[in-house]
Design a protein around this ligand. Sequence first.
Ligand code: ADP
Ligand code: MG
Length: 158
Amino acid sequence: MTVDPSSEPETTNQKLETFFGEFITHSPEETLALGKRIGEQLKGGEIFLLRGDLGAGKTVFAKGLASGLGIEPDDVTSPSFTLVNAHEGRLRLYHIDLYRLDFGSQENLGLPEIFADGNAVTAIEWAERLNVVPAGAIDIEMSYVSDCERGIRIKKTG
Ligand code: ADP
Ligand code: MG
């Protein structure tokens, strides 16, 4: 993966700095609540890169972000055919899941336009499949710890 050098290297949302670090959640509800607390702080323009294996909790976290934006979390599902879904809340949420991406076909998804939308929040599952990492994005690395525990590492990219 390469970093697009043309844009700002850092997130402009200082409030999110308080969330950078490592967390262990002990239930899906806790992961949802963490996402919600972050979602409530968002101003628009934030891009979340969700990484981790199947079942790590990426969709649960995205539901939490949605909830913090005033979107019904149940509306945020693992998309089967649509790779990009837009949800309208306090801010628009683009929920992107690249799991079923054919390599090379992401050029047709309109990602640069989505990333440039300063009034929207973007959450990308399977972000490791991106050809170009948007600068200033927030990296969320999720890992399985036990049946009901997940490690969540939140940091700035770049
Ligand atoms: P992904 O999108 O990464 O493939 P999902 O969010 O769809 O993963 O699924 C995570 C699964 O793990 C759900 O079935 C959820 O109930 C379960 N789970 C168990 N403990 C946790 C936790 N602490 N945080 C998030 N999900 C958890
Ligand atoms: Mg998922």
